[in-house]
Design a protein around this ligand. Sequence first.
Ligand code: CMC
Length: 355
Amino acid sequence: MSKNICFIDGLEGILKYREIDINQLVELPYDAVSYLLILGELPVDQELAEYSSRLHGEREINREVMDIIRMCKLNIDSMEALRTIVSFISQFDPDINDSSPEGNLRKAIRLIAKIPTIVAVYYRMANGKEPLPPDRSLSHGANFLYMIRGSKPSQLEAEVMEKDFILSAEHELNASTFSSRVTASTLSDLYSAVVSGLCTLKGPLHGGARSEVMNMIEEIACPENAEEFILEKIAKKEKIMGFGHRVYKTYDPRGMIFKQLSRQLAEAKGDMHWYEIAEAIENTVIRELVEKKGKPIYPNVDFYSGVIYKYMDIPPQLATSIFAIGRVSGWIAHCFDQYEKKKIIRPRAFMLDEC
Ligand code: CMC
């Protein structure tokens, strides 16, 4: 692949996928960004139409998969269900043993298309509702919201969901992408590599932070309580979820876009409550940790995305799975890059001291 999959400047707060700035990318459909990550270039209209039609046509899951989802205990974390089912569905993929670039692309399309369906079907079953078939006419974001809710989302909600998937799609060698790449480096199949990514994303220091943010906002309950809550956490040396980053030592550009989107949703719904709690948390953290203590602890991608889910009635149990729906395109882009290298990743133990 000629272009870098991802570029991050953690000091200036710049993020690019394949040399295109994240602020431009969020104006595109998720399908176009997925194509860009996996195939290396933005699609022209005809290419995008064909890619979207293939993706939308692969959303269905078969009866056996539905039966296995039904057998999952219905109070487990949706990430546990997702990693189990993604592993299970590999046996139905006719290309499972075809490791050619074409075979891998067909698998990639099936994975990207079916993961939202699995998440939505499990969610509806876990809530005692009949699962819904996917709607091919809808975008990735609108279809997912439709499948969990049973009604079509507003245009703004559908756009926000698309942007959420785009902002979550790729972030260089984060922990889950590294896991996927290590698995791909052994020339294991794409399903195995994606399951590795899912297992790693699940942890609260990575993708799991989003649901913790939602729980924190819920617990704080009103903007007036935020300052005291955060001061207590800081006094106890506890980490505040949705803040801090290994790479960004300034505002995370994704966090800033999520902040604008959450404000837009709050205004459209005529309800600033969750947004004001979040802003009160942010102001306290910035004042106490950045300004007073000089620590670069800014809101990360998980903070205002948690606020968005509050406005879209998405429960915390789905937050990490939604991250996975977006991130799978990034994992696959890295796996393809790794397959081309045909070289195993095998760090030495002493390197762990630097992590
Ligand atoms: N709240 C309060 N203090 C913090 C936070 C936070 N969220 N994050 C870092 N610090 C402090 C930490 O206590 C330490 O202070 P000291 O030097 O006095 O001991 C210092 O900053 C360095 O912390 P660290 O844990 O060594 O930093 P790191 O670069 O290893 O960790 C991080 C990065 C994201 C794991 C961490 O900031 C964190 O745990 N944040 C909360 C969880 C979170 O929001 N995770 C999502 C990360 S972004 C999305 C993703 O990658 O999936």
